[in-house]
Design a protein around this ligand. Structure first.
Ligand code: DQA
Length: 140
């Protein structure tokens, strides 16, 4: 099976920004571990990161018919992007929402996700492990 892991705005700075919240590992390092984890289980993973809302929407649109599932950490777009929500609702491919931090233990504005209602599920608060759990949710 083939999966796409999408990271949104500011997640390219993982490992550099707010390390106490998001950890010290870079996105490239996390992605390399995810690729290995999936390959060991006979799966393929592709990766996409963008700070641009429309590019994230396009990536979700293009995932249809190509991938068996999408793992999405949309960053701050999670909290207000109706465009991203509509893109997820427009495709059949299942999308699992991930947040490294426990968004419910942080600022009030992070408690609401406009994406969760159109996602298959949500995993949050487990740091980078959330990405692995999200992938596993597709094949377990
Ligand atoms: C995040 C949580 C968001 O609130 C924040 O804007 C991010 C990262 C997370 O992974 O915990 O950029 O999605």
């Amino acid at each position: 099976m083939k999966y796409l892991v999408i990271n949104g705005v500011n997640l390219n700075l993982t490992g550099k920004r707010e390390r106490g919240v998001y950890g010290a590992e870079s996105l490239e390092e996390i992605n390399a571990s995810l690729r290995k984890f999936a390959a060991e289980r006979g799966h393929t993973v592709d990766f996409f990161q963008s700070n641009v809302e429309g590019e994230l929407c396009t990536a979700i649109q293009n995932a249809e018919g190509v991938y068996d599932g999408v793992v999405l950490n949309a960053g701050a777009y999670t909290h207000y992007s109706y465009a991203l929500r509509d893109a997820i609702a427009a495709v059949e491919v299942p999308v699992v929402e991930v947040h490294m931090s426990n968004v419910h233990a942080r600022e009030e504005f992070r408690r609401n996700s406009v994406l969760t209602p159109v996602c298959r599920g949500e995993i949050l608060g487990f740091g980078k492990i959330g990405y692995f759990l999200a992938l596993e949710s597709f094949w377990l």
